[in-house]
Write a protein that binds this ligand. Structure first.
Ligand code: ATR
Length: 273
C-alpha cells in the first residue's frame, strides 16, 4: 500500500482522509491516507520524516502552503503561478510541488454547478493566499472581466501587477478595486476568497452587486457564511459553498498521484450527508 497524508496545524477537522478513502474504494487503488499534525515550526522536518518512511506524497493545508512552495525541489507551472503548494509528490527526483486548488474551483463551477466562466464578469473578493491560488486558473478560462476587491487595496494591486508582468493574459480585462468602488457595478460570478467566513464579520459590499442569474460562491464550507447570507438577501440566483471545490482539488491531487480521475458527485453528496 502507498502512503499519503494531509499535513496541517490544526488538521484534526480535515475531511481529506475521508475523501481520499472514498476515491480509493471507488477506483480500486490501494492507498492509506492519514492526518499529520506538524508543529508550527516543524513543517520541513515532518516532510523529511514522511519521505524517510516511504510516503509517496502529501496534501498541505493551513498554514504551510507557502513553506511547501519554498521546500519543493521542482514546481508545476500552476504551483509557480499560485505561489503556493497544496500537493506534494515524493519520488526519486525529490519533492515536486503542485497546486490543485484553482483547478478544483474551476471544475466545481464549470462541471458541478454547470456555470461557464468564459465571457463572464467575475468579482474575486480577497487578496490573500486563497485568492492568489485561484486567480490564474480563473483567468485561463477567459472571463470577460475579472475584478479583485480587497480591504487592503495594495495587495489586490500587486496581484494584478503580477498578472500583467506575465503578459500572456492580456486579452482578459483585470483590475483591482476597493470595496467602495464596487457600487453600481454588477457581476455574473462573485467569489468570496476572504477568510471572513470563519468569523461573523461582514464584508462591506454594496447593494445590487449580482447580475440576473448570478452565482455567489464562498470558498469556505461547513456553515452558511455572512457572505452567503448576504447573497441570499440580495437575491443571487445560485449560492454555493466551497465543499465542491474541496472535493475537486482532492480529486485533482488523486489524479496527480495515481493517474486515475475519481468521480466526485457521489463523494460530494456523501459529505453533505
Ligand atoms: P487566506 O490564505 O485564507 O487567503 P490570508 O492570506 O490571511 O488568508 O488572507 C485573508 C483574506 O481575507 C485577505 O484578503 C484579507 O483582507 P486584507 O488583505 O485586507 O487583510 C481578508 N479579510 C480577512 N478578514 C477580513 C475582514 N474582516 N474584512 C475584509 N476582509 C477580510
Amino acid at each position: 500500500r502507498d502512503h499519503y497524508a494531509v499535513i496541517g496545524n490544526p488538521v484534526q477537522h480535515s475531511k481529506s482522509p475521508q475523501i481520499h478513502a472514498m476515491f480509493a474504494a471507488q477506483t480500486g487503488q490501494h492507498i492509506d491516507y492519514g492526518r499529520v499534525l506538524a508543529a508550527i515550526d516543524g513543517f520541513s522536518s515532518t516532510i523529511h520524516s514522511l519521505r524517510e518512511q516511504g510516503y509517496r506524497g502529501a496534501n498541505v493545508t493551513v498554514p504551510f502552503k507557502l513553506e511547501a512552495f519554498a521546500l519543493s525541489d521542482q514546481l508545476s507551472e500552476r504551483a509557480h503561478d499560485a505561489g503556493a503548494v497544496n500537493t506534494l509528490i515524493f519520488n526519486e527526483h525529490g519533492i515536486t510541488g503542485d497546486n490543485t486548488d484553482g483547478a478544483g474551483l474551476v471544475r466545481d463551477i464549470q462541471h458541478n454547478l454547470q456555470r461557464p466562466l468564459q465571457g463572464q464578469r467575475i468579482l474575486l473578493i480577497g487578496a490573500g493566499g486563497a485568492a492568489e491560488g485561484v486567480l490564474h486558473p480563473l483567468l485561463e478560462q477567459q472571463p470577460q472581466l475579472l475584478v479583485i476587491a480587497n480591504r487592503t487595496l495594495d495587495k489586490a494591486l500587486r496581484m494584478i501587477r503580477r498578472v500583467e508582468e506575465r503578459g500572456d493574459l492580456r486579452y482578459v480585462s483585470v483590475n483591482a478595486q476597493a470595496f467602495e468602488a464596487l457600487a453600481g457595478q454588477t457581476f455574473d460570478i462573485v467569489i468570496n476568497a476572504t477568510s471572513t467566513g470563519l468569523s461573523d464579520s461582514q464584508l462591506p459590499l454594496p447593494e445590487q452587486l449580482f447580475a440576473a442569474g448570478a452565482l455567489a460562491y464562498d470558498m469556505m464550507y461547513g456553515r452558511e457564511t455572512p457572505f452567503m447570507a448576504y447573497a441570499r438577501q440580495q437575491g443571487a440566483a445560485m449560492i454555493a459553498d466551497g465543499l465542491g471545490m474541496l472535493v475537486e482539488q482532492a480529486a485533482e491531487a488523486f489524479f496527480v498521484w495515481r493517474g486515475i480521475r475519481p468521480h466526485t458527485a457521489a463523494v460530494i453528496a456523501a459529505l453533505r450527508g
